[in-house]
Design a protein around this ligand. Structure first.
Ligand SMILES: [Zn+2]
Length: 62
């Protein structure tokens, strides 16, 4: 089973080794909670988290 990793910078969940949102490679397996962002430009939460791309994001990083 594939375990998604979360980007430490923007919390995007990624199945790979590089974050497509901020292009960082600092990822972690230790995350909790899931938020799906469909339209980052319309979402207050997404703006707060500096989310630029639609996708799945972790709520908490450990
Ligand atoms: Zn990122």
């Amino acid at each position: 089973m594939v375990r998604y990793k979360a980007c430490r910078t923007c919390r995007a969940l990624i199945n790979g080794s590089k974050c497509p949102n901020c292009e960082k490679t600092d990822l972690t397996d230790n995350w909790n909670g899931l938020m799906i962002v469909l339209s980052p430009n319309d979402s207050m939460v997404a703006k707060e988290m500096e989310v630029k791309l639609p996708g799945c994001y972790a709520i908490h990083l450990r």
